[in-house]
Each structure stands twice: as C-alpha cells, then as structure tokens.
Design a protein around this ligand. Structure first.
Ligand SMILES: [Zn+2]
Ligand SMILES: [Zn+2]
Length: 242
C-alpha cells in the first residue's frame, strides 16, 4: 500500500468532522461511536459456537446446526453482536444512503478482527450484491467494508471472484427453509479461486443462508478453504436483517 494513502486518510479524517455512526452526534475525534452508543455496542460473547459464532455454551463448542454438518465454511466469526447501536449504524449504512459510514465501520472491523483474521488465511472477497440492487443502492456495502479492511490490514482483496447471478428477495420475515430456497444458486465463483483460501466478508451474519450459498459456490469452483468474517453476528433466535 503506498505511503500517501495513510497520509491522505489522516487528511480526510480532519476534513470531515467525525460523528457517531449510530446517532450522528459530533465527536471530538475519529472514534466511531459517542459514549452513550459505545455502551450499547456488544462484543460477541467469548462463549460461542467455534464454527458459526452463534452465541451460547454448546457441547464441544459446536451448535446443533454445526454438529449436523450444516455449514460449508471452515469458520465464521464476527467481533460484535448485531444489537443496539451497531445494528443502528449498519441499518443507516445500508438502507439510509450512508455510504460514508463504510469508513468508521470498516476501521472498526479492522481494529477488532485483526487478531482473528491472522488465523484466516486467504484473499478477502466481499459477499456481492446483485447488479439491480447495486443500482438501486448506488453502492455495495460489503465491497466498501472489505476495501477499508484490506487497506488497513494490508490484505489482498478480489471483488471479482464472486458474483450474484440472480436477484433475491430480502431475507427478512422468511423462515429458515424459505431463506435457503430464496438464495439457492444465486452465486457464481470464478475459476481463479481454485486451490485458494478465501475470506468471505459481509456486514452481518444472520441465519447464514446467504453466506452458506456463497461459500458453496466458492467451494464448487475449487476454493480450498473458505472463512467468513462479518462485522456483526445476529443470534439465530432473533432473526432480522439479511
Ligand atoms: Zn451516538
Ligand atoms: Zn454453529
């Protein structure tokens, strides 16, 4: 990464007075969240499923879904729960035209996932939006987060390795079975992933149906191992979001 990028980023931080990612109150420095909102940002409980990060104490550290062999990835992890102020910030980022929040949220992910990512080898690949959704939203939230993460941690990124070939309904309000059906065959991966390790990046892992389908496409194209990293993990008994 060229040296000027860090210098440039410092200038950008100065030019744009930082505000809280969840409530917009102006902050004294580039810290992401105001004091009140920061109290509501919940870290992932240390006791969670070691394959899918579902919070809770499970025998052998594997939840029921993972015991049944229901996940195609090597490991999925998120630094935070999808709750409170972070959930509000992600909501604003995705659905309220706040692409500017990709920077504080991407930096937050870089800072809190640095350690875990060290044990997730491979190229960072954002979980893609479909073309139609991209045109509607004007930006791809996972691609923006991944770009900030890759720059910050000096990791290789390739957004062309995975495409969404079919537009799908939002997963909100769908049952587990409907979610699986809704995203079936929705992704295609490049043959360049053959023999490679991949870290799939997205904002939130909810039921995991979308991530599972994306990982299946990567594996079908020959990816050796696929890890999943998201900023937040929703508890599967509180399904909301995609
Ligand atoms: Zn706030
Ligand atoms: Zn699990």
């Amino acid at each position: 990464m060229p040296k000027w990028r860090d210098a440039f980023d410092a200038v950008v931080d100065v030019l744009l007075p930082p505000s809280c990612a969840a409530c917009d109150v102006v902050l004294p420095g580039p810290v992401g969240f105001c004091e009140d909102c920061a109290h509501e940002v919940l870290e992932l409980p240390t006791v969670h499923c070691r394959r899918c990060a579902e919070p809770g104490a499970f025998q052998g550290q594997l939840c029921a879904t993972c015991v049944q062999g229901g996940v195609p990835w090597a490991r999925a992890w998120a630094p935070f729960e999808h709750e409170g102020a972070l959930a509000r910030a992600i909501q604003r980022f995705k659905y309220e035209d706040r692409s500017d929040l990709s920077r504080p949220l991407g930096l937050l992910l870089a800072a809190t996932a640095r350690h875990e990512l060290a044990s997730m080898p491979g190229v960072l690949v954002p979980l893609p939006l479909h073309e139609l959704r991209f045109r509607e939203r004007k930006f791809d939230q996972a691609a923006l987060l991944t770009a900030v993460l890759a720059q910050r941690l000096e990791r290789e990124v390739n957004a062309d390795w995975l495409v969404r070939t079919r537009d799908t309904r939002r997963q909100v309000g769908l049952s587990e079975g409907e979610r699986e059906e809704n995203v079936r065959g929705a992704f295609a991966a490049s043959t360049n992933v053959k023999g490679r390790h991949v870290v799939l990046v997205d904002d939130v892992l909810t039921s995991g149906a979308t991530a599972r389908e994306a990982v299946r496409a990567l594996r079908a194209a020959g990816a050796e191992r696929v890890f999943v990293l998201t900023l937040a993990r929703a508890r599967s008994d509180l399904k909301s979001g995609a």
